[in-house]
Design a protein around this ligand. Sequence first.
Ligand code: KE4
Length: 430
Amino acid sequence: MIMKKHSLSKKLFIRAMKSIPGGVNSPVRAFRAVGGNPLFIDRAKGSRIFDADGNSYIDYVLSWGPMILGHAHPRVVSAIKKAAEKGTSYGAPTALEVELAELVLKVYPSMDKVRMVNSGTEATMSAIRAARGFTGRDKAVKFEGCYHGHADGLLVRAGSGATTFGVPDSPGVPKSYAQNTITLPFNDIPALKRLMEKEWKKIACVIIEPVVGNIGCVLPKPGFLETLRKLTKKYGVVLIFDEVMTGFRVSFGGAQAYYGIKPDLTCLGIVIGGGLPVGAYGGKKEIMAMVSPEGPVYQAGTLSGNPLAMTAGIETIRELSRPGVYRTIEQRSAMLENGLRDAAKKAGVKTRFYRAGSMFCTYFTDADVTDYASAKKADTGKFGRFFSGMLERGVNLAPSQYEAGFMSLSHSERDIESTVKAAYETIKNI
Ligand code: KE4
């Protein structure tokens, strides 16, 4: 195997570290969990990304989920170009925001109203604020390993980069903030029941990733989400589904459609911006009526509903709503799952592979992964060697055992065959 050249990425990284903390604008990109220097990307098209040195990779990060159609989709790119010629931001309402809002409400019938923001973090922190304003209660419940963005109160036992870097309880978050966040083990119904029976009067909301994509890919046990819905309804606690990652990913209607659970509020992001910065939160009209200027709960954003981002989101969702799109993505995802399982088995290496729709994760462990504690038992050293071996063989995976991988409509069967071949060659030498 000819080792790839990364000299330009290396030069850029050295330069970047002089002006940007850690040389990156988001920690997980720094390759700290897998070793080596991060790739600096020059361009992308379809299923592939190309780094500064011209190396090409089949990409399963897809910008952490948004590029579900594949990179630089012609319809999305030309629509953004046209929108840009009309100006890039007005700070005033536009028809585009109404169009995207109506599209989202059509696909997510649990949502009566939706507010656009600029990131998943803004979506979740605003949803929690609306729930607190609606109930008059202070506490928010989250699950260990779930990552809902970096708002202070949510960096408690958080997943994603917070777990990768061993700061699930980040310094800089005052104890008083963290005191209003209660964490539970994911999939632990008895713990959930005990907490709700004892503390419901203080609990404004429960926020959950219905499929936990920020410790890899952890599925809800049968009955867990249903029990959560029953208990939150019983005690008047607002149930927030953080579908920033699972929305349009686990199915067109997200995890709520996939599992048949109707949350009170939903947070979206990633796919609904088509790669441009968009987050959204919405749900029951009586809760959303609390949000300013309709109600007293303040939330704002200079670039919220930005015309370019709205255009990218509208075109992406229109493409996704075409017949057969999710069938194709499902077929490709299942083909990859079967291939990766076979590769590990043939190589005689114990792994666990989990998938929900077109998000997935390979854990290097020989025990089931059902929550944060069991995910933490995975062999991150082995994962690091897997990641590097795959990169050298032209496959780009998320640079951490505690992240999910994603499939796009543009991944061909040939891409998947090459990925599986690379996986077997990598795993057998691990
Ligand atoms: P942003 O604020 O990064 O747009 O979204 C935060 C967020 C909220 N909720 C869920 C379920 C999420 O997955 C995320 C962001 N996900 C990570 C990937 N694990 C973003 C990658 C990064 O931090 O660079």
